[in-house]
Design a protein around this ligand. Structure first.
Ligand SMILES: NC(=O)c1ccc[n+]([C@@H]2O[C@H](COP(=O)([O-])OP(=O)(O)OC[C@H]3O[C@@H](n4cnc5c(N)ncnc54)[C@H](O)[C@@H]3O)[C@@H](O)[C@H]2O)c1
Length: 278
């Protein structure tokens, strides 16, 4: 990993809820061995707003090319959208920069994921994927060759799904009781609910892939939070994890845990502290 001043130079891609929180954590030295050098968002105002908040002030970039051209950027932290990984992921790795991916939904495209892994290997850089809004990814990964079935049930309030392609027919309907919006392979779930089920993609790549991972998406007006239940069964035995995540105050689609997980994973990567449960 290339470093400046002994610290990892971060180029931040995406300056929304996650981007702001991650950048502030780095800037306030919650992550000691890193520095935000450049920021970019497709919304130039968001880029400027974040650059203004950080000390020292990073370069506010107009394009990803500018971000990559900024001296000493060795790690691109993506906090944008699956489309950003599709558009820029290969460029980042081809330029020899490591890539930290929050929009893991993009990786349900296994051909893209394979291309990214090959580029990372040939250019000697890293791909880092936090467990995000989920837990138990370490356990799932450990038993991936022994799995018979993996299911994820994600339950959120109806408004959390607004704007998703899979929610179009529900937008004008008042949902008054738990309603299954989708049940089937993760591959299709991430296309229908891209901003909601990154967790399904993360589970898929840790376990049995996006075709065999089964996802149920439920809208429940009484949901106590963003609830994710993982159930895995196989010759190793079986396990169930249930997470009741509080939505982030600024973005109900993003769980607070996902923000904390991103910061913790970044800390483990940059500060080279003990690697516990990863
Ligand atoms: N892995 C997980 O468990 C997990 C959990 C929560 C969120 N996420 C994902 O993390 C990402 C960021 O979440 P958020 O809550 O900060 O979202 P957000 O909507 O608050 O912010 C996203 C920002 O990225 C910018 N953006 C979108 N597409 C872009 C592109 N192609 N190029 C440059 N900028 C772009 C937007 O303008 C916006 O400012 C989303 O994809 C979200 O789905 C992952």
């Amino acid at each position: 990993m290339t470093q400046m001043d002994g610290r990892v130079g971060i180029g931040l891609l995406g300056c929304g809820t996650m981007g702001v929180e991650v950048a502030l954590a780095v800037s306030e030295r919650e992550v000691q061995n890193a520095r935000i050098i450049a920021v970019f968002d497709e919304d130039p105002e968001a880029t400027e707003r974040l650059a203004e908040k950080l000390q020292p002030r990073p370069t506010a970039c107009r394009t990803v090319e500018d971000l990559l051209a900024t001296r000493d950027v060795s790690l691109v932290v993506e906090c944008a959208a699956p489309a950003a990984i599709e558009t820029y992921g290969e460029t980042v790795l081809s330029e020899g920069r490591s890539l930290f991916i929050l929009s893991s939904g993009a990786l349900a495209d296994t051909e893209l994921f394979d291309r990214l892994i090959n580029l990372a290997t040939s250019n000697r850089c890293d791909i880092i994927i936090p467990s995000g809004a989920l837990g138990g990814i370490d356990a799932l990964r450990s038993v991936r060759d022994l799995l018979d079935s993996v299911t994820l049930t994600s339950t959120k309030t109806p408004r959390s799904f607004s704007g998703a392609p899979g929610f179009v027919e529900w937008e004008d309907i008042e949902i008054t009781e738990p309603t299954i919006l989708y049940e089937g392979p993760a591959l299709e779930a991430v296309a229908l609910f891209p901003a909601n089920v990154n967790v399904a993609a993360t589970m898929s790549i840790a376990g049995v892939g996006p075709k065999r991972t089964i996802v149920k998406v439920v809208a429940d007006p009484e949901s106590p939070g963003n609830v994710h239940e993982i159930h895995a069964r196989g010759t190793f035995g079986e396990f169930t994890f249930r997470l009741v995540n509080q939505p982030h105050v600024r973005n109900p689609r993003t769980s607070h845990l996902a923000v904390l997980s991103a910061i913790e994973t970044l800390r483990a990567y940059c500060d080279r502290g003990p690697s516990i449960g990863t």
